[in-house]
Ligand binder design. Structure first.
Ligand SMILES: [Zn+2]
Ligand SMILES: [Zn+2]
Length: 247
């Protein structure tokens, strides 16, 4: 079984009714962007890497903006890292050949997330086979979003891992299908007046199951508190580690 510290984000995802790899992905983003703000933006090598990438992608630029501007009420940190980035662009652009391409490294936060999600996918596949409680909780929770299911399926190395992964995903998807059918039935005129039940937000979960869960809307610099997604918490684990500010 994998160390519970390594699998804490996966277990949080299951508990919050969120794809556990989406949860890991959101936490990795938070960890990187906060680390960049707090430390790495002052390291020459990290700033060079940032400039080589031409700055963050749109998604991570917005997360960084939220910390610097919304939370810290300052733009000086943005100046410190985007000045060398724009200077580099101003050197490279005049050299661009008619049939050439502007060489840009990939967004460093995207690279950090990809590597962390790959590690978490490996932990998830181990836990699916070795920890029946985790497997049952995931099957009774929301399962994996489709993009992360595809990733886990492609990363699985044994027949047993694929069997467990498929079983969990079938259970979670079938239950959501039943709830969405019930939701659709209640929308029809003949069923009007029936009070909504657990199926009421199944339309929302259908969007998330197929596309991935969105990150919590709060600034990356603020403490998250318990279940920042506002989803129905399921399978509360009494010994689950507490959520830290930046972990
Ligand atoms: Zn996901
Ligand atoms: Zn990015």
């Amino acid at each position: 079984m994998t160390d519970r510290v390594l699998t804490r984000w996966l277990r949080q995802g299951v508990r919050y009714g969120v794809c556990p790899l989406c949860r890991a992905s959101h936490k990795l983003d938070r960890e990187y962007v906060w680390g960049f703000f707090d430390k790495w933006s002052m390291h020459e090598t990290a700033v060079e890497e940032f400039a080589r990438a031409g700055g963050f992608c749109a998604e991570h630029a917005e997360q960084y903006r939220r910390i610097e501007v919304d939370a810290m009420r300052s733009t000086i940190g943005i100046c410190d890292v985007y000045l060398p980035t724009l200077e580099r662009l101003c050197e490279d652009l005049p050299m661009l050949a008619d049939d050439g391409r502007l060489n840009r490294a990939r967004c460093p936060a995207c690279l950090y997330r990809e590597s962390g999600v790959a590690n978490n996918t490996r932990y998830l596949l181990i836990e699916l086979v070795e920890d029946s409680d985790f497997r049952d909780q995931l099957a009774g929770s929301s399962g994996l979003c489709l993009p992360h299911f595809q990733l886990a399926w492609g990363s699985s190395e044994t027949v047993e891992q694929r069997e467990q992964l498929r079983a969990v995903q079938v259970a979670a998807t079938s239950r959501l299908l039943c709830e969405l059918r019930e939701h659709a039935r209640k929308q029809r005129a003949e069923a009007s007046g029936e009070p909504p039940g657990v199926e009421a937000d199944s339309w929302q979960r259908a969007l998330w199951l197929t596309a991935g869960w969105p990150a919590p809307a709060r600034s990356a610099s603020l403490p998250e508190g318990e279940n920042p997604y506002g989803t129905r918490t399921v399978n509360a684990a009494p010994n689950a580690p507490a959520t830290g500010q930046h972990t």
